[in-house]
Design a protein around this ligand. Structure first.
Ligand code: NAX
Length: 328
């Protein structure tokens, strides 16, 4: 029998945590044959609710779930972690400037990065979900100098999945026929969902759609502002879809992309496509054997270039801001 994989989840008592933990425990994160141990990290005020969730996890009698530990100490929660899902973050509250937001999150992601550095397993893979996800990932990475930098990733899979779904609806095609869509840049309103290399049932998506106005005025803003539209409709931010995307991100990273397809992940740039090295930016990637690679050689037209550059500029500014705050 396989040794259980230790999966640490922060913000476990939050709404994404609630949607996420049951799917991890039922085998959707790593595979139906991989036993897991859950490590839940919460702040002291969240511990009781996390215990309640753990009781419900027990009550599911998941055959793959081999234990649940709950802690408010990152040094305990990341001990031996193989996979870390950093979901808990400080949301922007009214009147908060961007600098305040980055500083508050620095207070969370810097110590968590340090705890990962000191205690996680050698094969640790980190996904940052908590916003601002890309820059929070950069902060955690900077605090973990002994962990290979490519192990720190940020979630743009929800944006990717949203874009796949919008394109499928526009073209009257099942989502299973959509391939090679890309989210570039930051997980923010500046992100750029790119269909110029995407395929709809094997045909070039931009040619199938053949409507640049729809692309610029409907598709891109719909995908980029979907989070706000969900809040407006549901009265709460995306939770189950965000949890689903976190599952997809890690599952794809560990188990590989399908032949003839790729996915989108926020990863440290190696300078590809003119994205400054080290920025955690979303790219088209293929994955195999637990490793990812940026898809190379895509032609970037002027329409795309302008939008990628705008989102990357925002990431550079966020990096400068956290540098100025001494967080990286
Ligand atoms: P909730 O407010 O429901 O839950 C957050 C939980 O994190 C709370 O239980 C809180 O006690 C806990 N927490 C806060 N600081 C912590 C710390 N230092 N250590 C451990 N736990 C801590 O938020 P939820 O709706 O679950 O969203 C979580 C994060 O995901 C937010 O930052 C949100 O902005 C972000 N999102 C990111 C998305 C993405 O695509 N990258 C999409 C969905 C979501 O908006």
């Amino acid at each position: 029998t396989r040794t259980p994989v230790n999966v640490t989840v922060t913000g476990a008592a939050g709404q994404i945590g609630y949607a996420l933990l049951f799917r991890i425990a039922s085998g959707h994160l790593l595979g139906a044959d991989v036993p897991v141990k859950l490590r839940l990290l919460e702040i002291p005020q969240g511990l009781k609710a996390a215990e309640g969730t753990a009781m419900e996890l027990d009550d599911c009698a998941f055959p793959l779930l081999r234990g649940i530990d709950i802690s408010d100490d990152p040094n305990v929660a990341f001990d031996g972690a193989n996979v870390a899902l950093l979901v808990g973050a400080r949301p922007r509250t009214k009147g908060m400037e961007r600098g305040d937001l980055l500083e508050a999150n620095g207070g969370i992601f810097k110590p968590q990065g340090a705890a990962i550095n000191a205690h996680a397993a050698d094969d640790i893979k980190v996904l940052v979900v908590g916003n601002p996800a890309n820059t929070n990932a950069l902060i955690a990475q900077a605090a973990a100098p002994d962990v290979p930098r490519e192990r720190f990733t940020a979630m743009t899979r929800l944006d990717h999945n949203r874009a796949v779904s919008q394109l499928a609806q526009k073209t009257g095609t099942p989502v299973s026929e959509i391939r090679k869509l890309t989210i570039w840049g930051n997980h923010s309103a500046t992100q750029y969902p790119d269909i110029f290399h995407a395929e709809v049932a094997g045909k070039n998506a931009a040619e199938v759609v053949n409507d640049e106005k729809w692309l610029a005025d409907t598709f891109i803003p719909t995908v980029a502002k979907r989070g706000a539209a969900i809040i407006e409709a549901r009265g709460a931010s995306s939770a189950a879809s965000a949890a689903n995307a976190a599952i997809d991100h890690v599952h794809t990273w560990v188990n590989g992309t399908a032949a003839g397809d790729w996915t989108s992940m926020g990863i440290p740039s190696d300078g590809s496509y003119g994205v400054p090295e080290g920025l955690i930016s979303s790219f088209p990637v293929t994955t195999k054997d637990g490793k990812y690679e940026i898809v190379q050689g895509l032609e970037i037209n002027d329409f795309s270039r302008e939008r990628i550059d705008a989102s990357v500029k925002e990431l550079s500014e966020e990096r400068e801001a956290v540098r100025g705050l001494g967080l990286i």
